[in-house]
Design a protein around this ligand. Sequence first.
Ligand code: NAD
Length: 477
Amino acid sequence: SVVSYLPGSAAVPSATAAEIQRVFERQRETAIRLRTSTAQERIAKIRRLCDAMMTYRQQIHEAAYLDFKKPPAEVDLAEVLPVVSEAKHAMRALKKWMKPKGVWPTSLTIGLKSWVQYEPKGRCLIVSPWNYNVNLCFGPLVSCIAAGNTAILKPSEMTPHLSALMAKMIKELFPEDEVALFEGDVSVSTELLALPFDHIFFTGSPAVGKVVMAAAAKHLTSVTLELGGKSPTIIDETADLALAARTLMWGKYTNNGQTCIAPDYVYVHASKKDAFAQECIKVIEECYGKSAKEQMASPYLARVVNQRHTKRINALLTDATQRGARVLCGGEAVENECFIQPTLLDDIPADAKIQSEEIFGPLLPIMPYTDLDAVIAAINAEPKPLALYIWSRNEANIQKALKSTSAGGTCINHCVVQYAHGNLPFGGVNNSGIGNAHGEYGFRAFSHERAVVRTRFMMARTLFPPYTKFKSKMLDI
Ligand code: NAD
């Protein structure tokens, strides 16, 4: 990259309450006007956003590099491409999604024509986290525009170069009464959350998800909450270990472990633990180098987002090792460089803090097991995760893991790629989220499903008084 990374983040400008209120008011009339917008009009806006992703691709690379040394290939894969493919999918399918869906009459409504009509919710708020700031702001924006709404966007303040670039792009692309973006931290979020939006689409941590839902409750605003948590992983005794190590290390160390659906911890069958750990170490060394020095210089390994999080993750590591955990590889940290080595941990004691907090960084606990039922019971004792992964060649084990647990999504013999499938719903369950994103699911998240009934002839006459003997007989149950 032509830009050079300097750890430590710049501050973002903060929108004022008056400015936010003014734009929110301006969007009122526009939201009503957009109710009758056609598929073509919405597609034209989505195309503008899609084209801008390509025009600004280089600048997105540079901003992400400045923010946390994110490798450009990972920016393409996880920021540019997902928005472009979400946009292309919507442009292709929007007419079909918007079409009212006719429903069959039931025994009580014979003679009535009925359908579900998708109407825009109105004024929507989209709040994104820092880890895929562009993707998780502009991806939902595609669905929001597809459904015919206005939008106010609030990207995370923790990747300030990306936040500034996103603000510039939105200003260029849309009039503020259709789509506006406000930069800022919690204080800006809090101002926004006080407003009576028609829908809030929030991506972030479960803790802040609760704040968002409580604020939405004040206005009975509907919410989509895309949250996080600890995503468990199982590698059984029949798994292809080389494949498991290769795919798992990729899913874990892309974005340096700062991915909502990254494997958080691994249960591996005790008979395969050492062989699996060796395979993982081989992959880490191949991809990022052997020593901390080599890994720090690697162009393929993003940094931790800031010093606060580096300290947090390093404290989890220190706490685990002080309680007796063993470092299988890695283990070094340079806090002022926002750097922590890809680290595999063994012998983690149950009371280590790393067992109860979403790691969201480059540490990976590996835990041996002998009884799959006990693993499933342990997973079921925790809040429902956003993702659960299993590597196995035993169909019975795969089905058992799939059917006896609950998770937002699952990959079998892979990880993270469930996110990339535009025809699958992407979302969590309870603590890991409410509602879904992507494709038609995203369109529906931003739409109200309106029930419409149209009479074709006057069969309904039977309902009205006087209730003669004949009518009463007809209504007899
Ligand atoms: P976060 O919850 O701290 O912040 C998310 C957004 O909320 C930011 O824009 C932030 O400014 C705002 N915010 C922070 N505190 C707030 C408050 N008290 N009131 C109102 N708004 C507030 O999350 P983060 O650190 O940016 O991202 C990491 C979390 O997001 C992890 O838990 C991760 O698993 C989750 N995540 C989930 C998904 C998903 O699709 N489910 C994707 C990426 C990240």
